[in-house]
Design a protein around this ligand. Structure first.
Ligand code: FMN
Length: 164
């Protein structure tokens, strides 16, 4: 069995609940980054999630613990990212924190998987988008909570194909 770890940072619970759903699909428990240790960043597939706060910033617990990710040896490791944001209220910085996680993981040698199309979202700008693709899974419980479960389901299936 592949070793899958899901690490999240969440202030009001939205990212926590998405992380729990993603982790359950892999039969594991999600880890709150506030309690994470360096060991938690060692996995066959590392799934990292953050909401965006301030204007385009990492969630607070991620901001405190980002050095754990920066110092992880992710060479050749599969990493996928997901983010929660508000594409209407923060249209210029939608899910920027997910972009920060992806960039940091790539700097550590990660093989980033799980990119998704940005089509159909209503934001105007995002640090998590390149060439029309999000670097991971973008969720929006403020405006489109009804889409969250199906978006997670489709994304998880895609990630699982990389483990076979
Ligand atoms: C003060 C404040 C700042 C926010 N800044 C952003 C932002 O820059 N970009 C974004 O996409 N969402 C932003 N959001 C929306 C949150 O990311 C969103 O509500 C998210 O679901 C919170 O997830 P959490 O409960 O897991 O922390 C902001 C929300 C608040 C209240």
């Amino acid at each position: 069995m592949a070793n899958v770890k899901v690490i999240f940072g969440s202030t009001t619970g939205a990212t926590e609940s998405a992380a729990a759903e993603i982790a359950a699909a892999f039969g594991v428990q999600a880890i709150n980054v506030a309690n994470a240790t360096a060991d938690d960043f060692n996995a066959d597939l590392l799934i990292l999630g953050s909401s965006t706060w301030g204007v385009g910033e990492l969630q607070d617990d991620w901001a405190v613990k980002i050095s754990l990710l920066e110092s992880a040896d992710l060479n050749g490791k599969l990493v996928a990212v997901f983010g929660l944001g508000d594409q209407s209220g923060f249209a210029d910085t939608y899910c920027d924190a997910m972009g920060i996680l992806a960039k940091t993981a790539k700097n550590c040698g990660a093989n980033l998987i799980g990119q998704t199309s940005a089509e159909g979202y209503g934001h105007s700008s995002s640090a998590a988008v390149e060439d029309g693709m999000f670097c991971g899974l973008a969720l929006d419980d403020n405006n489109e909570s009804e889409k969250t479960s199906s978006r997670i389901g489709a994304w998880v299936e895609k990630l699982k194909t990389h483990l076979n």
